[in-house]
Design a protein around this ligand. Structure first.
Ligand SMILES: [Zn+2]
Length: 531
């Protein structure tokens, strides 16, 4: 911290202050351009373009004096299984009284290949409302229905009675599957709540023909025993409820009013045949270390991470097929590259080491970070904290920092102090229903017990800034238009880099290791719990 301030003072003396923030912002943007231009083809996990992007990151790490911390260099190779649905020979149908009503793939529903589907499944359907069974919170949506051998149908929402991070945790596909498997279910049908869909069905369905991935390491399989995973278009969800005495609109109204939702068996059975092309690819995490200066603490690590991958080339939107991922998440990689560069230039020597990690496979389900957390390139017990940046959205000036995980660990104190020093306020996630805390790579670290934070440019609800963020999400999130031709507030990015840098240094200089708050649900993972 002190060295960083000294460099700032030097800059003041040499008359370059004022330019410095602009320099950071300009260099940040140059990294975004390098990673999100059309030649990078959207950096899909396992693609040659992603490999080129990983090599760019490795070269920048080297330039910033980081020690290689991959396997025999900066890169950490990971093997992924890939699956692609062959729709022409796949099918879905609702079977009632011996009569099959086909569902149109792509329109009514999709067979997700994030899990490896069985070739043929036919099973009864059981609707279970929010689909949650959490005895410690007295939530039991499974009461009164038989899930053994059934396919669970749920509305992908969580009751507001749960604190935000728990909504995020229990609402995740992996946690849900643990509950359904324990109850004997064999598959899932998830119906999105139209009010909390980040992107409309018409756009999300374009991605259904893309390969999905899982880690080849079988011990890291999130969906053991799951034979089928269906995503239902909410616009056609009533096909499931026909004859049940309920309508989707009525059930959704209960969810939106945060009222109890009934659970009941559905009259139809679901019949699925899934044809899948399977393969394997390799993709890489990139890791480098700024070595700490304290004789003891230098063997402990603050991990500063961001994901490098995006969606690659996919379905055309307005004639564009390249999903550049400029904000998601070239922007985050550019930020950590600038944090490393800035620490190098100021010759910062924090007490602990700072481990920079660019992870792959985030868009496939946070897979690269999951692999890193399970197979870290430094001793696992030596990782004291994780700071993650994913799509921090510098669309307007950084006056407020949105911090995911703010109230979970004493890193909250560090981020509050760091932000305050640069005149920025902090806020917890203003929209916990969007599950942001578990929707990026910090969560892979949380699940192995490491206190973590993720940050974005914040905003209050019902403000012009909130409207800008919402408009961005509706129009550009996971669309080809998340490219280099969009209005960005570069000064917000420069300031964000400054906050992450100062926060990483502050944590690296703490005398004690960061700790989970006693009240935190996630503390259990530090004590070895697995769910
Ligand atoms: Zn994304």
């Amino acid at each position: 911290m002190r060295r960083v301030l000294t460099a700032t003072m030097v800059a003041m003396l040499t008359g370059t202050i004022g330019l410095r923030g602009d320099d950071t912002a300009a260099r940040w943007w140059s990294h975004v351009e390098a990673l999100a231009n059309d030649g990078m083809e959207g950096r899909n996990t396992g693609s040659p373009a992603h490999k080129r992007a990983a090599e760019y990151v490795a070269a920048q790490f080297k330039k910033s004096g980081l020690e290689p911390a991959g396997v025999g260099g900066y890169l950490q190779p990971i093997t992924f299984k890939t699956r692609r649905i062959v729709e022409a020979t796949s099918s879905l149908a609702l079977v009632k009284n011996g009569k099959a009503e086909p569902l149109t793939l792509g329109t009514d529903a999709n067979i997700s290949v994030r899990v490896d589907p069985a070739p043929a499944v036919e099973a009864p359907l059981a609707f279970v409302g929010y689909g949650l069974h959490i005895p410690e919170r007295n939530i039991d949506d499974f009461a009164g229905v038989t899930l053994k051998g059934a396919i669970v149908v749920y509305i992908s929402s969580t009751p507001k009675s749960l604190p935000g991070p728990l909504q995020a945790h229990f609402g995740s596909a992996a946690e849900r599957w643990k509950m359904y498997k324990a109850a004997g279910a064999i598959g899932t049908v998830s119906i999105a709540n139209p009010k909390s869909m980040d992107i409309p069905w018409s756009r999300s369905t374009l991605a259904r023909l893309q390969p999905a991935m899982s880690l080849a390491d079988a011990t890291l399989d999130d969906a053991p025993g799951q034979q089928l995973s269906i995503t239902m278009n909410p616009a056609y969800a009533d096909k499931l409820f026909a004859g049940s005495g309920h309508t989707f609109a009525e059930l959704l109204a209960l969810v939106d009013a945060d009222k109890p939702v009934p659970s009941f068996a559905l009259p139809a059975r679901l019949k699925a045949t899934a044809a899948v092309e399977r393969s394997e690819v390799e993709s890489q995490n990139v890791a480098g270390i700024l070595r700490g200066s304290d004789p003891k603490r230098r063997d402990e690590f603050v991990v500063v991470s961001a994901h490098l991958d995006h969606l690659g080339i996919g379905g055309a939107v307005n004639g564009d097929t390249i999903y550049n991922g400029a904000m998601d998440n070239a922007s985050g990689i550019a930020a950590i590259l600038e944090v490393a560069a800035s620490l190098h230039e100021s010759n910062a020597k924090p007490a602990r080491s700072i481990l920079f990690v660019a992870v792959t496979g985030e868009e496939k389900g946070e897979l690269g970070s999951r692999y890193f957390a399970a197979h870290p390139t430094v001793p696992r017990a030596s990782i004291v904290a994780n700071l993650n940046t994913d799509m921090f959205l510098p669309l307007f000036p950084l006056k407020m920092l949105m911090v995911l995980g703010l109230d979970e660990s004493d890193l909250g104190t560090d981020v509050r102090a760091t932000a305050k020093a640069v005149g920025v306020t902090v806020q917890a996630d203003p929209e916990p229903q969007r599950n942001r805390f578990v929707r990026s790579d910090q969560y892979s670290f949380v699940k192995v017990g490491v206190p973590a934070l993720a940050m974005k440019v914040g905003y209050e609800v019902n403000t012009p800034e909130a409207a800008m963020a919402a408009k961005w999400t509706a129009e550009r999130y996971h669309a080809p238009s998340d490219d280099l031709n969009q209005p960005i507030d570069r000064s917000a990015a420069g300031k964000y880099v400054e906050v992450v840098r100062d926060l990483a240094v502050r944590i690296a200089n703490r005398m004690d290791r960061p700790k989970w708050n006693d009240s935190s649900f996630f503390k259990r993972f530090a004590n070895g719990a697995t769910h």
